[in-house]
Write a protein that binds this ligand. Sequence first.
Ligand SMILES: [Zn+2]
Length: 338
Amino acid sequence: MKAWLLDGPEALRLEEFAPTTLSNGMVKVKVEKVLLSTSDYEIYNGTNRRKYPFVFGRNAMGVVSEVFNKEKSKLRKMDRVVIEPYLPCESCAECLAGDYTNCSEMAELGHNCNGLLQNFVDLPYSALHVLPDNLSDEKALFVSYLAFCLNIADSLNLEKGRHIAVFATSKAGLLLAQLVAFYQAVPVLVSNNEELLASAQELGIYYSFNSDQVDVEKEIRTITGGRMCKELVFFANSDYNFKDVFKAASFNANICVAGYSAKESKLSVAQICQKHLKIFGVYNGVGKFSSAINLLVTNTINIDKLVGKTIKFSKLDQELAKSTPEEFAISSKIVVVE
Ligand SMILES: [Zn+2]
């Protein structure tokens, strides 16, 4: 088997390993395609550092190549699967109570443990979801993203007709805005990324505006008829001043800080108290993979804009060396594993 090891910022090395022997409860997957987006690129270029050597890559799909117990297994050789990168620890208080979704020591492949830029990987059954035949490989790569957005949507009150402000500079904002509209609430996309805003317009996200060009508070006031937003989502990796989020919020608003980020934001305690705000985090798509597959196979959510260039696995080091961070903000690159 082969894996790309990151030895430090922008230092990639392809290494061959002896094949592993499958252990009880595990499935060997031949990785076919890996999605690379901003978070992966930031691990590659050292914006987010890891303990090296590190294998990155969080989102991938593949085919089952071997199962441990053929008679009892729900999966068969050649099944197409999407890999759920979250592995509950099974030993924290939450896991012992059966609440795996809220595991406090959750491992995430390619984030806090080795990831998927390798041609074969052994995984527990629970990390694999069989794909319907009519769901393309490319769409399957976005299941994890959409599952994350479903958990964000679950954390909000998406009452019909309610304005939901989404502050985003990258593609997760486009998925969430579509999801909000699907639930019949009204997405208001705030971004400083022109390309993202243009894509939003094409996808029918009517209220979307550039925070560098207009006064956010004034714009939200006009759109909501003075009520401001009661539900707001701030993507943690976006380059915003949190002040704008506070200004767009109504009294008693809920603010979801989505994803994870190494960036520090200053939060105004005075604003939180005076507006009686509730702020909470949602950072993964655990538990929502099946729903996400369904939304993609029924074309409820459109990901066409988000699919970028393909890269050959064997050429990964050369291709990433000439990439820029901006290239990953809207469309993800797809690594095809030979
Ligand atoms: Zn746990």
